[in-house]
Structures are given as C-alpha cells and as structure tokens.
Design a protein around this ligand. Structure first.
Ligand code: C5P
Length: 301
C-alpha cells in the first residue's frame, strides 16, 4: 500500500457537441468530440480510516465537501466495486473552473478513481475504471482517457481519434458557473418553442480530418456546439465574449460544453498568449487562459 498517491487530470473542450432529442431517462444521445487540454486538477489520495475530502485553489469555495462531491462518489463507487469499505483522505487542488463546461467535476472523479485504485493496491485495469466512471457521470470516462475522442450514447462510449499535431487554445473563464442540467433543459425548451426537428446525429468528417492532419484553420471553421444557443440564452453576455475573440483573430470561437467558459482557437502558442491578454484587457471575462491540446488523460505523478 502507498501512503499517498497524486493524480493529474485534464480539462476538456468539446469541438463537436451534437445533441439528440431528450430520452426517457432524462439524458440526450450525443455525438460528442472531446478534446483534452493542458489545464489540470490534481487529486491526492492519502491513507485514512474514513472517506474525507478537502479542496484547495481558486475555485475551492464552490466545490461541495459532502456526498455531492464527485470525487467522494468515485472513491465510494470504487470501494463498492472492490467489495470493501476502504477509507481515503482526498485533497483536490483545483485549477479547472467549477461548473464551467470544462468537465472539472468529472476530472476530479476520474482522478479519485485512479488514485484510489493505486492507494488501495486494487490494480484494476483502465477498462474497469472506465465502466465505473460511466456510472458516475457522462464525461468521467473521457477524463480518464484524455487525448481526443468521439463519445456516443450519453457521451460515455468513447473511441479515440487519431491526432496530427498540437492545437493552441484560449479559455475565457466567466464569473459564476452554469448548471449542465439547466443548459440541456434550456436547449430542449428552445427547440420546443422554435419547433426545430432534431436531425439524426452525425459525425463531421471535415472536423475529424482537420484533427487528424493538425489543421487549425480547418478545425476552427468546423467547431459546433448544440448547447451554445442555450448557454447564450441563460447568459446573454457570452455573445459579446465570443464576438470579441473572433474580432481579435481567433480561428474559431465556441462555448465550451454547457458553458459559460468560451474557447478560442489560436494560430500558435504566441497568438494564444496575445489573444488571452487582449481578451483580459477587453473586460469580457473573469480571466483568459492560454493552453494547448490534446493533453493526456488522468495520470499518476
Ligand atoms: O452525466 P452527468 O451527471 O454529468 O450529466 C449532468 C446532467 O446533464 C444530466 O443530469 C442531464 O440533465 C444532462 N445530460 C444530458 N444528456 C447527456 C449528458 C448530460 O441531458 N448526454
């Protein structure tokens, strides 16, 4: 047994998020192209009699410390899977915005799964952890896997995408989060009001080709997010954030997942840094973070 294990887990952006009609179980079928980026949370797991959690970092005060904490749920689910009543003290060091549409909670759950698997000496293979992850949340399996992947079903069934280079991004983080469930509900409401018929869900070959050959301009032109209209309806100020990033020369501008974080594709690392500075100066976000993708999934450090 190890006394302490630390795992690093990436944030994500969805470069395609196509949302089908509401299912009977309250979820939506998706074609969801996940792309992990180099903004990381750390989850440390230490020996303990009971399951405890603490959170450090800029977003710490917004993370629940009770059974609502996804990392706690992950530790309990893994112990249950192993048929034992293990304890663990989890310390989450947050850098990924909370309720920002970047899978921050899912990252912490994935981190807890990998860290507890190691701390408790369970030795479960990734595929077992992926299955437990899927029950914890639709985005948790991808946080384990990382890279770039197409998710189907409610997003938990993954197939990895071949990648041909590094993409440079800026994330404009907003003040205050958006509830994923509320954004999906707003998407349903807007579709009902407009009478929009949801067409069959399809992958986008041009987008996959752009990812495969590392074509940033091609990727920028193909970014789509069916939740964007709903996020903008709930947070109208995001329209200006997207417009300013586009005026500043981003190759593509999109709400990240259910928002309110906005993602901008840059031409280079240098362009990403300049774009982040300009977005901060334009006062259209709380902070703007330059980064790159794809990033690896949950990893022991
Ligand atoms: O799976 P997860 O718990 O992260 O999802 C949070 C909420 O987002 C769900 O309760 C549901 O309202 C919505 N959701 C959805 N369809 C999906 C994924 C999530 O409607 N495919």
């Amino acid at each position: 047994m190890n006394a302490s294990v630390t795992v690093r887990v990436p944030a994500k952006v969805n470069v395609q998020l196509s949302v089908g009609p509401l299912r009977d179980d309250g979820y939506h079928d998706l074609v969801n192209v996940f792309h992990a980026v180099s903004i990381f949370d750390e989850v440390e797991a230490k020996e303990s009699e009971s399951v405890k959690v603490s959170v450090e970092g800029e977003w710490a005060d917004q993370v629940p410390l009770d059974e609502g904490n996804l990392a706690v749920q992950a530790a309990r689910a893994l112990a249950k899977h192993a048929g034992r009543s293990y304890g663990v003290e989890l310390v989450i060091r947050k850098t990924i915005p909370v309720a920002g549409g970047m899978a921050g909670g899912s990252a912490d759950a994935a981190g807890a799964l990998l860290a507890c698997n190691e701390l408790w000496g369970l030795g479960l293979p990734l595929e077992d952890l992926m299955e437990i992850a899927g029950d914890l949340g639709s985005d948790v399996p991808f946080s384990l896997l990382g890279g770039t992947a197409v998710g189907t079903g409610r997003g938990e069934r993954l197939s990895q995408v071949e990648m041909g280079g590094t993409f440079h991004w800026v994330f404009a983080v907003a003040d205050g989060g958006l509830s994923t469930a509320k954004v999906y509900a707003e998407c349903d409401r807007l579709r009902e009001v407009s009478g929009e018929q949801v067409a069959g869900l399809q992958g986008n070959q041009a987008l996959l080709d752009a990812l495969r050959i590392g074509d940033a301009a091609g990727l920028g032109a193909e970014l789509t997010n069916d939740l964007q209209a709903a996020a903008l309806s709930l947070r109208p100020s995001l329209a200006q954030t997207l417009a300013v990033g586009t005026e500043l020369g981003a190759l593509g501008a999109i709400v990240s997942g259910s928002g309110p974080t906005c993602a901008f594709l840059a031409t280079s690392a240098e362009h990403a840094r300049a774009l982040a500075e300009a977005l901060s100066a334009a006062d259209v976000c709380r902070t703007a973070v330059p980064t790159s993708g794809p990033a690896p999934g949950a990893q022991l450090i």
